[in-house]
Design a protein around this ligand. Structure first.
Ligand code: V47
Length: 400
């Protein structure tokens, strides 16, 4: 039975009850965020609905209810409302390519199928010359972004990372380099033997523009100890991010979900990110990453469900009220769930990607990449307006 919306609660149509970041354009003229679905919400979600309409922050307990409620559609409708007030009917994507300069890694994270020891036939360390040739032959002038990440190699010198960046910028000066997770930056600073603040300046001079959100996994000491002990612990991931934001870089944040973590641990992760974003404002987007178990020591766990992915994307959107954007990373969610996620709180689906190893080594069945027209078509088919963006969310072009 539909419940009428309290007239005094809903923000005037076309405005967001939550503060808008510069990269949130708000709805275009004539587009009204969907209020109808909010009238069909289950009784237990009504207090949360009213908070969302008022632009009030949700509590940890609200998050627990959103993870527990059988009203998945209601949860999605709330997240969708929030997204539509900020981004209207638009879904953004970027024209990018991944570059994994090495898969050799000194850590043995239990969730990872990508890492190699270094002596296997398929262990890779790309020389700057190899990277230059790749940029020359496989990248184009219209490409917007290169996403550069690798394993934590035990013996590459600091100069290698500077040279990698200089090579990219000299070959493709217009390409935005989104590179190095907080784990890599922490290691690079250790190699440099200098304070990270100084290293961040040198990396910027060499060509680093922003940083991706990988490596956060689940910001939980319990999960860290069980699955990635030895790697940068949660409090150091947060501290490194704080310093990276203070140095003027924008970064993303991820959460690897669907393995041994509880929903409370997911919420702990979200509220820690939310507190850091309140403090620094340096995050551009949040990306929930669906765990792929094949070829990992956690293979027996199997893969989580589509409904868990949708719910996690929706709860993330609702809890992270200070994050401008939430991404459904199609490579990991699968294309079909990514399309539905555009009505469950996601306003972006990442990019063309082209060459993806981390998830495909772990059994992903999605394509290795999509063309910009394929990206635009799948967004359009999902009932959204496809908009090409750059890494920092400048909207460049409505496509198709
Ligand atoms: O850090 C590793 C995760 C991350 C698996 O910032 C796995 O724009 C699933 O962070 N199954 C790398 N996930 C990917 C990533 C990313 C991707 C796209 C865009 C951005 C961005 C960031 O993938 C790793 C780790 O958390 N991962 N192994 C696996 N088996």
């Amino acid at each position: 039975m539909p419940t009428a919306l309290p007239a005094d609660l809903a923000a005037p149509l076309g405005t967001s009850p939550y503060p808008l970041a510069p990269s949130n354009p708000g709805p275009a003229d004539g587009f009204a965020p969907s209020l109808a679905a909010l009238q069909l919400i289950s009784a237990e979600l009504i207090p949360i609905r009213d908070k969302v309409l008022r632009g009030e922050r949700l509590t940890y307990e609200d998050g627990q209810l959103l993870f527990a409620t059988p009203d998945l559609n209601g949860t999605g409708a709330l997240a969708n409302y929030l997204t539509e007030t900020r981004n209207g009917n638009r879904t953004t994507f970027t024209y990018n390519r991944h570059l994994n300069y090495t898969n050799v890694c000194q850590y043995k994270c239990m969730f990872c199928a990508f890492r190699r020891d270094g002596d296997e036939d398929d262990a890779v360390v790309m020389s700057p010359e190899f990277v230059r040739e790749k940029l020359r032959t496989e990248f184009t002038d219209t490409m917007k972004e290169v996403h550069v990440v690798g394993g934590i190699h035990p013996s590459l010198p600091y100069e290698y990372y500077l040279e990698l960046l200089r090579t990219i910028k000299s070959e493709r000066p217009n390409l935005h380099v989104k590179g190095f997770t907080m784990i890599e930056l922490d290691e690079i600073a250790r190699l440099a033997g200098k304070p990270i603040e100084e290293v961040l300046l040198e990396l910027r001079e060499a060509g680093l523009d922003s940083c991706p959100g990988g490596g956060a996994e689940v910001l939980s000491p319990r999960v860290h100890k069980k699955l990635y002990n030895g790697k940068l612990p949660p409090e150091r991931w947060l501290e490194t991010t704080r310093k990276v934001h203070a140095a003027g870089y924008k970064t993303n944040a991820t959460m690897l979900f669907g393995h041994i973590e509880s929903t409370d641990e997911r919420l702990d992760h979200l509220v820690q990110l939310r507190a850091l974003q309140d403090e620094t404002g340096g995050f551009m987007q949040f990306i929930p990453l669906v765990f792929h178990p094949d070829n990992t020591p956690l293979q027996r766990l199997g893969k989580t469900t589509g409904t868990d992915s949708l719910r996690t994307i929706a709860v993330s959107r609702l809890m992270l009220d200070d994050f401008p954007h939430v991404k459904a990373y199609w490579i990991m969610t699968g294309i079909k769930i990514a399309q539905i996620a555009l009505h469950f709180g996601a306003d972006d689906i990442d990019g063309t990607v082209v060459e993806e190893h981390i998830t495909h080594d772990a059994g992903a069945t999605t394509p290795q990449g999509l063309t910009t027209s394929q990206m635009a078509a799948l967004i359009h088919e999902a009932g959204r307006v496809p908009v090409l963006r750059d890494t920092l969310y400048q909207e460049l072009e409505v496509v198709g």
